[in-house]
Write a protein that binds this ligand. Structure first.
Ligand SMILES: O=C(O)CCC(=O)C(=O)O
Ligand SMILES: [Fe+2]
Length: 216
């Protein structure tokens, strides 16, 4: 949509939590999507995540650098095909540094060694419940990039899964960074709006890439 009634602008959603609309241009989105398609291939490809309670996550996932499973990190896909996790690409680290500098300032992530990416694919009625990204042993900001369908991203507080929270619309190309006092805030994806991806991207569904420092 190029004729917004109200142009979207950069917003600080909470201290240390910043939303930047359209951070990735169409070409960068396309390149990231192509990379995600490669990463999704087996071995150590896209998988359904099973939770200890016997449930499954509706968003399917592939990891880079370290393999996340509920609730920890490993070097191999311990809850899947057992293959070694795919390497963390340097360019995702560079992208994360640029994202943090752009949102929270140059000093914030100077020494942060980004080494993990979690790629979540949402199709159909997929969503993600309120949770904290708390299996990392470091407090560097989490960098989140979205591709494809628009979603409602719910950003809450560090104490409870419930209110107060702010609902933000994340669209294809948007950046969301949460660090500092917001690093361990609860967040989730209650809704993905099917069929809202930019037509020229060629993606049915939504992809989200979070880049993190494992501290491991
Ligand atoms: O899909 C999103 O925007 C959020 C993903 C997320 O919270 C996570 O991977 O931990
Ligand atoms: Fe998360």
């Amino acid at each position: 949509m190029d004729a917004e009634l109200f142009p979207r602008s950069r917003t600080q959603v909470a201290p240390g939590a910043v939303h930047v609309p359209d951070w990735l241009d169409a070409r960068a989105q396309r390149e990231l999507l192509d990379a995600c398609r490669e990463w999704a291939r087996p071995p150590a490809g896209l998988r359904t995540v099973r939770t200890p309670g016997g449930g499954t996550m509706t968003a399917r996932q592939v990891c880079l650098g370290w393999h996340w499973y509920p609730y920890g990190y490993a070097r191999t896909v311990v809850d899947g095909d057992g293959a070694p996790v795919k390497p963390f690409p340097d360019r995702l680290g560079a992208l994360a540094h640029r994202a943090v500098t752009d949102t929270l300032g140059a000093g914030t992530a100077r020494d942060a060694a980004y080494d993990v990416a979690l790629v979540n694919f949402y199709d159909g009625d997929a969503r993600m419940g309120m949770h904290r990204d708390s299996d990392e042993k470091a407090d560097a900001p989490v960098v989140s990039l979205s591709l494809g369908d628009t979603c409602v991203f719910r950003f809450g507080n560090t104490e409870t899964r419930t209110r107060p929270h702010t609902d933000v619309e994340l669209r294809s190309g948007d950046l969301f960074v949460f660090g500092g006092p917001s690093r361990f805030a609860y967040h989730g994806v209650p809704k993905v709006h099917a069929g809202t991806a930019p037509r020229e991207l060629g993606l049915t569904g939504r992809l989200n890439i979070t880049v993190r420092v494992s501290g491991l």
